[in-house]
Design a protein around this ligand. Sequence first.
Ligand code: ISL
Length: 553
Amino acid sequence: MKNTKWFKDAVIYQIYPRSFKDSNDDGMGDIKGIISKLDYLKNLGINCVWLSPVYESPNRDNGYDISDYYSIQKMFGTMDDFKLMLSEMHKRGIRLIMDLVMNHTSDQHPWFKSALNDVNSPYRDYYIFRKGKGKKEPNNWTGFFGGKAWEYTPNTDSYYLHLFTKEQPDLNWDNPKVREEFIKVIRFWCDLGVDGFRCDVINIISKDQRFLNQKGWALLKGGKYFINGPHLHEYLNQINKEALSHYDSMTVGETVFSNMDDMKKLTGEDRDELSMVFNFDHTSTDCFFGVKWLMRKFSLTRWKKALGKYQVGLQDIGWNSLFYENHDQRRSVGRFNTDGKEYREISAKMLATSVYFLKGTPFIYEGQELGMTNSDITDMKDYQDVETFNIYKTARELHLPKSYLKKAIPNGARDNARTPMQWDDSEYAGFSNHQPWLKVNANKSFINVKESISNPSSIYHYYQKLIKVRQEEKLVKDGIYEDLLPKSKKIYAYLRKGKDESLLVLANYSKDTIRLNLKEVNKPHKVLLNNYSEFSSDKLLPYQGIVLKIHNK
Ligand code: ISL
């Protein structure tokens, strides 16, 4: 079937299943819980869900370590529950994209179990086993969660590569059989009616087979040889041709440390690789070298540059994703110059206004529409994420001062975004009647769905309106992007230009009232969206965000 590019009209909501809604009171979110909240999602206005992994998994990395690509993990429900969820979504005009982890499996996957101790296993070459150099690893590559990327296996006196935890061995994509396996997996889920995939760390699947040491200073050693590796585009093209293109599906690839050239290739409309990708240039504007542990003051000019670069670069070539939260990022409240206190709601609305009127497909992470905040965990033992433990261990080994960890962990912990969804102000926030797997944030007493729905000026209602305006305005899809004040340290002002009319988006990323002197504001206009009840063309109020439709003449 020819791809209809429905993804350009999609507004996608990410569900992190273990934290969304628990239907059977075991403290863990599940599929039946999701089904019970579909009307909530429909009312928000979204038309597609991205579901983080629900496949069978030992959960070393919360499902990003898959041990069976064809079954649903018991704690989330059954295959029948899944099918029911999918049909209930489709009934409501909501599509579903699954999260597919193709770079690595769990070490409990039967392929790896067979490969581990038997050099003659047909699955040995599904993974990347190499002999060490003397008593040392095959090379100096390191992993995303800190530490070495090779694990020694005494039985065969060799090492295997794992760019995440050692329980997540990397697959060998140069083996055509591995590619065949994923063609089968994709076809299986698409045949069930699934509408596409979010492809986990997709730009690291192709490794330079020389396995060279990376010389010089680098936090992620080896990246040079596996990020956007030699056969990446060829392999994605094959997957597209042999699986995805047979369905009306979309894909969004998660790309780490991406660059423009590869972004153009990955998303190019004439290339048949992916529909769009997530890149992290903008979410890395408050750290050094794209590494969140190396904290740095946020800069609006860097933020605009990062977002604008791909708006301009992919114009007429590919397609962008628009996001600033997900299950790996800390919450946006109090981040990117927004305010966590007095202006929490107003600044959250401003942020949404300024990002979601760019060209691309918006992604909203669960709870973002409520202005949910970072976790209030203070005790190391309350964290659940393997990355946090690994980084803590690495930092201790490097003798980094405790004072650094005291700041870095609460700042960087991925559990910040994984706390249970706050449905109401009851003991477990209406997520469950049982103690949840991760601590509920105490601010559920005033940040929750029940309150948001009953309060007409809530972030939730603003999102509803924003989505509606977005869907009604053709210029959101087609307008040409132009940054009007690239040097301003407090204002993000851009146009989405059309032939006769344009959208003008103005956002004040500060607590100050700012004088405006823009000729575009004085053209005849209509206010489409505003997070204040007033607007005057010569100033922006603290954290004001506004979208105007203007006549070009
Ligand atoms: O969260 C990160 C580091 O703090 C990122 O580098 C993250 O590891 C990277 O974006 C890849 O993320 C994806 O793959 C991981 C998984 O743990 C993440 O949850 C997933 O989004 C391994 O599958």
